[in-house]
Design a binder for this molecule. Sequence first.
Ligand SMILES: NC(=O)c1ccc[n+]([C@@H]2O[C@H](COP(=O)([O-])OP(=O)(O)OC[C@H]3O[C@@H](n4cnc5c(N)ncnc54)[C@H](O)[C@@H]3O)[C@@H](O)[C@H]2O)c1
Length: 437
Amino acid sequence: MEKPSKIAPAKGKLGVLLPGLGAVSTTFMAGVELVRKGEAQPVGSLTQMGTIRLGKRTDARSPLIKKFVPLAELKDLTFGGWDIFKDNAYQSAANAGVLNPQDLEKLKPFLSTIKPMKAAFDHDFVKLIDGPNIKKGKNKYELALQIKEDIASFRKTSRASRLVTCWCGSTESFVKPEEVHSTPEKFIEAMKSNHPAIAPSMLYAWASVTSGVPFANGAPNLTVDIPAIQKLAHDHNVAICGKDFKTGQTLMKTILAPGFKARMLGLEGWFSTNILGNRDGEVLEDPGSFKTKEESKLSVLEYILQPQLYPQLYGKMCHKVRINYYRPRGDNKEGWDNIDIFGWLGYPMQIKVDFLCRDSILAAPLVLDLVLFLDLAQRSGMRGIQEWLSFYFKSPMTAPGLYPEHDLFIQSMKLKNTLRWMKGEDLITHLGQEYYD
Ligand SMILES: NC(=O)c1ccc[n+]([C@@H]2O[C@H](COP(=O)([O-])OP(=O)(O)OC[C@H]3O[C@@H](n4cnc5c(N)ncnc54)[C@H](O)[C@@H]3O)[C@@H](O)[C@H]2O)c1
């Protein structure tokens, strides 16, 4: 990819389109509003709180990322979305139970104005929920065209100069890439014939990309991870990224596993359980949706630990992931890990991690960063898969034939080096020999 010769300024409003106005979306919008009002800090957001070192360590140049690259400002964000339920964002946030009643009441006037557009929904892909706010059409192609109309009318009514879509809808049933996903032409034919391998999330992706709107996929669904949409993203000069926000347990895995590997500690097994009681957890009770999530969660260790290169350390590792819906826990998930490692002479040791986390509190700043960085990429003329945003995902998208980089620290370095590269600054290799000349 060519280095951007110039980055267009972030002029005007940035419209954020969210398919799925559930726990993550509403927590994200609520947080942006509280930060804009000066009533909260954007904790967890690299674009808002992170700095970037430029030049040598002795240069003492570490500006805030948002001062270094021209990102949209929070005051310029405006929101829209779709959901299968008619609840506005206030009602949906109240139902999700993430925000405390004081924050919720403060945000009522703002959140109540955000009302979902009718969703393109297919019960076969999300079996355990159903709602009344659904588009009608004779085939999937018609539904996708209706989404395009929604995007065009949101662009007009919101007076946004640029748009970004971030899928925050439910996890869909597992779909394997098929022939119908291979080219834009076959994809259109498949939409017209209501092919069962065309998921609703793909309709939103197709509508966004062909409308020139960048698309991030926060769920583990295939969605934009198919050649047809990638080719369209290339042809329409649109940035895309995915998939599956890297939040609780997988975040911990991609922090710990690189450490074990760096120290050449062996891994006998890693058993992960999750209990959660939000709507996401309810959807994951369905074996089809669970399979999509499981695939996304399982791949991480294989790629980080590279058992093919270290058969003595990781060749026999046993990795299991379980997710159970347990209503009393609500959005406050418990991710419990039992890790069996071994050290010098093969002596075994155990590590237990019990992460009492808040799923949507961890995910919301990722939505913000992805929206701002995708908009930046778009204004910089960067199209197609944005691998530098792997930092945010459990299953990062890569060019065909390239294995994904899962190590959080490599991902963070890659992201920051990409920002330096975009702005023509020296990349940082951490070699540091020049300090000893
Ligand atoms: N919270 C996290 O930490 C986290 C981490 C990784 C991935 N995710 C993923 O993010 C997504 C959102 O999570 P959440 O906790 O907000 O879930 P949620 O169930 O609260 O919200 C999802 C919303 O999507 C709606 N929906 C389903 N299908 C739709 C469609 N076709 N069109 C429009 N709306 C649709 C549902 O009605 C629901 O309101 C899920 O796929 C989840 O797996 C979340």
